[in-house]
Design a protein around this ligand. Sequence first.
Ligand SMILES: Cc1cc2nc3c(=O)[nH]c(=O)nc-3n(C[C@H](O)[C@H](O)[C@H](O)COP(=O)(O)O)c2cc1C
Length: 184
Amino acid sequence: MRTLGLIGSAAGGVERIRPALIEPAIARGWRVAVTLTPTAGGWLRPLGEIERIEQVTDLPCRVEPRQPTDARPHPPIDCYLVCPASANTVAKLALGLADNQALTTLGEAIGTPEMPVVVFPKINVTHVRHPAWRSHTETLATAGVQLLTGDDYWPLQGPRSGQTPEIPWSKILEAAEAATTQRP
Ligand SMILES: Cc1cc2nc3c(=O)[nH]c(=O)nc-3n(C[C@H](O)[C@H](O)[C@H](O)COP(=O)(O)O)c2cc1C
């Protein structure tokens, strides 16, 4: 069975990852090991979503780092998917920062030859206009990270535009599946 390492950060839509991404992935034959950034974990815990994610995945939902004496709580991963990826998490990943469990895991993934890493940045125009954004995304793309950007995935809007489009969950999952299949 293939295992998807799903990383969720604190961007709009993360509250829907169980019904929109995790359960469909399981239905398509994936085992799903979920890690959240501390802020995303703080959003999902009061909603009862951490418990529900653990129930449907039958694995711990990681937010905090393990104790050095604890065993690794997740099985080996076949593909990492960062969805949704906040501008903050994309920037930190590009810089190699690893100050939470999600970034620690992802930094190692990027340094692991042949490991597919797929990232869906859930961002707005202000993030893209930041002078560091282009170099961050170029750094990640050069490292082999597949960035799901462009109007097909996420039409950029202002931070306070009225209607937020729907995240294309199925398309994102299909991209992770394709990245895993294409692995040599
Ligand atoms: C309600 C709300 C929605 C947010 N949505 C987004 C978003 O869609 N994309 C984004 O990049 N940041 C968004 N943010 C800002 C991030 O949550 C913030 O930058 C945070 O530090 C990200 O932390 P993380 O990357 O460690 O999860 C949002 C913040 C709030 C309060």
